[in-house]
Design a protein. Structure first.
Length: 123
């Protein structure tokens, strides 16, 4: 076999019979008429099928009685500070914040100021 001849791969005869027009896309089938949605839902309910679609529920009126106040504000504070504490300490801390109308970050800052004043170290 010389360098210019190609090896016979065995499908040359199939290419001779190939007609690209046979590979043209088929026309789309005409849409089948469907029952209206209410009719479909009634038929499904009669057959015992349940819809997986969520049903829109009316939004309940917000009842703020007994809820903690919203303490989120834009303050420029961007560092997180996690502390483990007893439940009573956290409740007291939040009560002070609510009483003063402060956010939790602001309450911490005020507590630090008071602690620095109380325990001011003299050089």
């Amino acid at each position: 076999m010389s360098m210019k001849e190609r090896a016979d791969l065995g499908f040359a005869d199939a290419l001779d019979d190939f007609n690209p027009a046979e590979w043209a896309p088929k026309p789309a089938p005409k849409p089948v008429s469907r029952l209206e949605k209410t009719g479909t839902r009634k038929a499904a309910a009669a057959a015992g099928f349940r819809s997986r679609e969520p049903r829109p529920e009316p939004e309940p009126e917000p009842d703020r009685a007994g809820e903690a106040p919203v303490r989120r504000r834009r303050t420029g504070r961007n560092t997180q500070f996690n502390v483990k504490a007893r439940a009573e300490t956290i409740e007291a801390f939040c009560a002070i914040a609510d009483q003063q109308g402060w956010g939790l970050g602001e309450t911490l800052e005020q507590a630090v100021v008071l602690l620095e004043r109380e325990y001011k170290q003299t050089p």
